[in-house]
Ligand binder design. Structure first.
Ligand SMILES: *[C@@H]1O[C@H](CO)[C@@H](O)[C@H](O)[C@H]1NC(C)=O
Length: 479
């Protein structure tokens, strides 16, 4: 057990910063990206630059209680799993971004890392413009003197979150937007020969009135011959077990043609990408080997998580690889590099109903194989919290219940063969991957005291393998 004295450690003055916030390490993750102190929201600028992965994020270095005026925080990694905190990459210091260096993306071209982001201004009226910045060394970032590169006068006040990619000789960008007096969300498509001069090509897709009033953090990409449009709509109404969070993140799948008239047709209603409580606003990139890998903000607006009082707030999901099934559903798997975080095997083999395993630290990778025609429940229990994950084989549903108000999330799922689950547990989070990744749940939980794994009554596992997970990002004060 940690003594009270070591629980409250002062973080070292962080790199070039002149501030310091006390960080209580009780809920600080072992292997998920989190801010060294202060507030984190959505991930930005995910890319590979000079053989290293770079990830930026919306950052308030001054307080863990509120988003404040957004900066860009920065981490990098050789393998998507071991992360190093870097100095703040961008601060709100220009007339066009003075009320926030909002979200955006990265593209590496001619050995330079280009960052496209939204500059937010609140006075005299709310205005969002798109701006360009560049880094030659992957650390220091210089804003383009000719900013903004898109004024978007006809699309105010919500036009943001540029995602940029290259196709042929042209760069393309999708932007989230609202229209009809901010009652409906949509995605705009732009093109550019040089990242500086941008032309509006089309409205890629828009809400019919039932899919939220603003669409944020859009992404648009080819996957297995189809085109996927991902976005986070604000303000959707819950329908049964669907759309229960304050923010949704979902996708539609369709066809797209760059050569002829630009047309996007979608053939399904918005599918939730994840079914947990704390998952939204993702960033995706195409890595050198053709993988579509994304990370999402592993928290939720309106959720007042207790870590806010600990000097830090917000974390990022484990990077996940996307695949598309023939039925046009997305599958998500943790990237294979996650093995780099895997420590000793704590147990494996059959486990009977009621089996219990105490964990030394809340950092584990749990693999379950169980018969298909049987209910199955896995519990994570601490002195003051219980989280239950339950498969109901008659109904064909998976339910995650973390207790408290609005504790339940549920969705349909039936395994094709055996029930197979992977559960990634960290100090204040759980990520569940079902089967081949056809269903995932990402939820935060805040256990105090030792955590134990227990199998529910009549929940027999053919195999229960548990690995301890290692620390892959510095603990507060280790810098
Ligand atoms: C990259 O270099 C090529 C060749 O010099 C040039 O035509 C192109 O404009 C450059 N790209 C950017 C984004 O500056």
């Amino acid at each position: 057990m940690l003594s009270i004295a070591t629980k409250f450690i002062l973080t070292a003055l962080f790199l070039n910063s002149c501030w310091a916030i006390d960080v209580n390490p009780r809920y600080v993750p072992h292997y998920h990206v989190y801010p060294p102190s202060g507030w984190m929201n959505d991930p930005n600028g995910f890319c590979i630059f000079e053989d290293e992965y770079h990830l930026f994020y919306q950052y308030n270095p001054y307080s863990s209680q509120e988003p404040g005026v957004a900066h860009w925080g920065h981490v990098k990694s050789p393998d998507l799993i071991n992360w190093e905190h870097l100095p703040t990459a961008m601060t709100p210091d220009q007339p066009y971004d003075i009320n926030g260096v909002f979200s955006g993306s990265a593209i590496v071209e001619n050995g330079t890392m280009y960052l496209l982001y939204t500059g937010n201004v609140n006075n005299p009226i709310n205005k969002q413009v798109q701006a360009l910045a560049a880094s030659q060394d992957g650390i220091s970032v210089v804003k383009y003197p000719g900013n903004p590169v898109i004024e978007g006068a006809d699309f105010q006040p919500n036009i943001r979150d540029p995602k940029v990619w290259k196709h042929g000789d042209l760069f393309y960008m999708v932007l989230g937007n609202s229209f009809d007096d901010n009652t409906r969300g949509r995605v705009l498509l732009y093109s550019s020969p040089d990242l500086i001069s941008w032309t509006l090509e089309s409205v890629l897709d828009e809400s019919d009135g039932s899919v939220g009033h603003v669409w944020e953090c859009p992404d648009f990409f080819e996957l297995d011959g189809k085109y996927v449009l991902l976005f986070s709509p604000q303000g959707m109404q819950a329908i049964g077990d669907k759309y229960k969070n304050f923010f949704q993140t979902g996708y539609v799948v369709g066809n797209f043609d760059y050569e002829n008239e630009i047309v996007y047709t979608y053939n399904r209603i918005l599918e939730n990408l994840d079914h947990g409580h704390d998952f939204t606003l993702l960033k995706l990139f195409l890595d050198g080997s053709g993988r579509r890998v994304f990370v999402a903000w592993f928290s939720m607006w309106e959720s007042v998580h207790p870590e806010r009082n600990d000097g830090w707030s917000g974390q990022i999901t484990i990077p996940r690889e996307l695949e598309l099934t023939e039925g046009l559903r997305l599958l998500q798997k943790p990237v294979k590099e996650l093995d780099a975080a895997r420590g000793p095997k704590l147990r494996s083999g059959k486990a009977k109903a009621g089996y219990t395993l105490g964990l030394e630290a809340a950092a584990a990778d749990i693999r379950v194989t169980a018969p298909r025609l049987q209910d199955f429940e896995l519990l994570l229990e601490s002195d003051d919290s219980t989280l239950s994950i339950k498969y109901d084989y008659r109904r064909g549903t998976v339910t995650l219940d973390r207790g408290g108000d609005d504790g339940v999330r549920r969705t349909k799922w039936r395994p094709e063969g055996n029930l197979i689950w992977q559960v990634l547990v960290d100090s204040s989070s759980v990520e569940l991957f079902c089967g081949e990744g056809e269903v995932t749940f990402s939820s935060r939980l805040f256990p105090n005291g030792a955590l134990k794994i227990r199998l529910g009554d009549s929940s027999n596992a053919d195999d229960l393998t548990v690995y301890k997970m290692l620390r892959t990002i510095a603990a507060p004060g280790d810098n």
